[in-house]
Structures are given as C-alpha cells and as structure tokens.
Design a protein around this ligand. Structure first.
Ligand SMILES: C[S@@+](CC[C@H](N)C(=O)[O-])C[C@H]1O[C@@H](n2cnc3c(N)ncnc32)[C@H](O)[C@@H]1O
Length: 337
C-alpha cells in the first residue's frame, strides 16, 4: 500500500509541481507564492489542503517563517526558484540580483524546520545555473544544500527535456535537483526518470487547432511588419514560427519551442502558427495543453490573458512532476531510515 506523503510548495506558481506530485498521492500541505493572480489561479484549481494560503494568499517568502506561520513539517519541499538572474539569455547577475537572492530565503526556510527538515528537496531551475559565473553559482547552491544536511552533488542534478520524457511535443530543457536528508537516507543516489515516448510521433495538431477559427485578438494584423516577416517563411506545414531577435525561426514540423513567460510580454520568442485564417499566437488553452496541464485546468475569468501566458511559461509541467514524484516515492518507500 502506498504511504501518505506530504509536500510544501515554495514559489508554487499556478501549481504545476503540486498537480503532478498529487497524482502520486503526495498532498500539498502548504504553498507560498506572492503573485496575486497566480495565487487565485492556484486556489481555483488545486485541492485545498493548505491552510496558509486559505487565510492569507499573498505571501512574500521573505515574510514567511516556519514558526511564525505554523508551517507543518513535510516529506518533500519543492521549489522552482526564480531563474531570471541565472538564465543564459539575461543579464546573468546570479545571486547579485534580488530574484537570485530568493534562493537563500528558500534555504532559510528549510533550515528553520530544525529537527523536522523535509526528507527530500526537489528544486527546478534553468540548466545554465550549473554553468554560469564559471560554475560559482552551482557551487554556492551545493554549499547551501549540503550545509543544511543533505546529500547533494553534481549527480543529484539532471537536465530533463519535456520532449524526451513525456508525450508532449514541447522542447523544454530544465535542470532538476533532488537532495536527500543525510539523517534519513544512507546515500543520495536518485534514479531520475528514464527517457520515454522518444520514438513516438508527437503531432502538434493534437494540441493546436490549425483550422483557423479563433478570436481576432490572436491574429497578427496583415500590415504588421512582423506578420510580413513571418509570412515570407510560411510553407503550409503544421509548424511553429518564432521571432528571435530580428530573425524568423522555423521550427521542425511537430516541435514546439520552450513556452516562456515572454509570451505574455510580447516581442521575441512568441510562438506563432499559420492557420486557415492567418498568422496567430497560440491560445492560452493550447499553451496549457502543451505544458501538460489537464483539460479541467482553467484560469479564473478575471485573470488577464498576458498574466495567464506568464504563469503558463513559468510553470513546471505536471506530467514531468508526476514522473519525478514517482521516483521520489520509490526512493522514500524503499530507503528512508
Ligand atoms: C518558476 S515559477 C514557479 C513555478 C512553479 N514551481 C510550478 O510548479 O509551476 C517562480 C514563482 O515564484 C514566484 N515568486 C517570485 N518572487 C517571490 C517571492 N518573493 N515570494 C514568493 N513567491 C515568489 C513567482 O511569482 C513565480 O510564480
């Protein structure tokens, strides 16, 4: 029989990690998120076991304390900590950026549990975290996690691409880090999910409607200069086009590029398709499906579209989270002391 496992969600966003882990019977006891529209969307869709957010949904991690907020101990603490300052594409300010410093708040919270620290830490970030600043960022992350009493080394990390590990056609390569508490495990070895579905044909048409009957706001006006740039590359195949700087990138048929928070801010990296009606961006529902959210997931009606795209782009895919949850459950059930 499966044991009951519990989780705490730091930087929970709209709940990608939580949804996936809950499919493995890992219940969320509490969650921390400071973006109001993400909190509303989370509350709208997830089972409510967390009393913290029920009382006060808006929480900046800097203002949360284990004692002050009465956070119950959990088996797994997960966090996709903000990655903008560690991204290869950004200014690479790392821990000098206030968003980068939130990693230390995360570790403060872990340490505040004292004798009751989570058995497992599951973190997500950009793969460049391991390489930036000549490896110094990763050494700092490693130092903090080890200092808190966890098995953690380079082999505790893996880059997992959604395209290789799920049936989804989205290329989304992210760094996952899994650390086990030294007091509760004899070693830190972890079997990351194996690649699967790699040989399956992933059709974009299963996720995107190419028939051309969307609302006008999704379409680029014909006289828009970006529309003209992209149109010059359109070849009638069911594929995605992206503007990268001032170039049009034509993705392979059947492949969706990484959906990023930029989708909500306009400009570069926004994926476009050409359907029967014209050139358009993907709808919010299509993006949710390409991230592996269930059909039942919906945003509250008052969340503006640009925020919805930001939250989807920020999310961990529930499908990959479920696979990680399964491997963590196995390790806990077989090896926890
Ligand atoms: C990469 S997203 C996390 C995605 C999420 N883990 C999931 O499973 O889908 C990072 C989140 O951290 C939130 N965040 C940023 N600064 C924060 C802070 N100071 N306190 C709490 N949450 C914060 C952002 O609003 C964003 O939703």
């Amino acid at each position: 029989m499966r044991s009951e496992l519990t989780a705490g969600a730091v930087f929970s966003g709209i709940g990608g990690f939580c949804l996936g882990l809950e499919r493995q019977g890992i219940s969320t006891l509490w969650a921390i998120e400071n973006d109001e529209s993400a909190v509303l969307s989370y509350n709208h869709n997830l089972k409510r076991t967390d009393s913290l957010m029920a009382e006060q949904p808006l929480r900046d991690i800097k203002a949360v304390g284990v004692k002050a907020n009465n956070l119950p101990p959990v088996d797994i603490l997960h966090a996709g900590f903000p990655c903008q300052s560690f991204s290869q594409a950004g200014a690479r300010r790392g821990f000098d950026d206030p968003r980068g410093k939130l990693f230390f708040e995360l570790m403060r919270l872990v340490n505040e549990f004292g004798e009751n620290k989570p058995s497992v830490l599951l973190f997500e970030n950009t793969p460049f975290l391991r390489h930036g600043a000549g490896g110094q960022w990763f050494l700092e992350v490693q130092k903090q996690i080890q200092k808190a009493g966890y098995w953690f080394s380079d082999s505790s990390c893996a880059e997992l691409d959604l395209f290789d590990h799920t049936e989804l056609p989205q290329q989304r390569n992210r760094l996952f880090m899994v650390a086990f508490l030294i007091d509760r495990f004899k070693n830190g070895r972890f079997s990351f999910p194996e690649k699967s579905h790699a040989n399956k044909v992933k059709t974009l048409e299963s996720y995107i409607d190419f028939s051309g009957n969307k609302q006008p706001q999704y379409y680029l006006p014909k006289d828009n200069r970006y529309c003209k740039m992209i149109e010059a590359h359109v070849d009638g195949q069911p594929r995605i086009y992206q503007l990268r700087k001032y170039l049009v990138r034509k993705k392979d048929v059947g492949v969706c590029p990484t959906l990023t928070a930029n989708m909500g801010q306009g400009g570069h990296n926004v994926p476009f398709i050409c359907d029967g009606q014209g050139l358009r961006k993907l709808t919010e529902e299509e993006c949710l499906a390409l991230q592996g959210f269930p059909e039942s997931f919906e945003f509250p009606t008052d969340i503006p579209p640009h925020k919805q795209y930001v939250h989807i782009g920020n999310s961990v895919s529930p499908l990959l989270a479920e696979k990680l949850g399964r491997q963590i459950r196995i390790k806990i059930e077989e090896e926890r002391l």
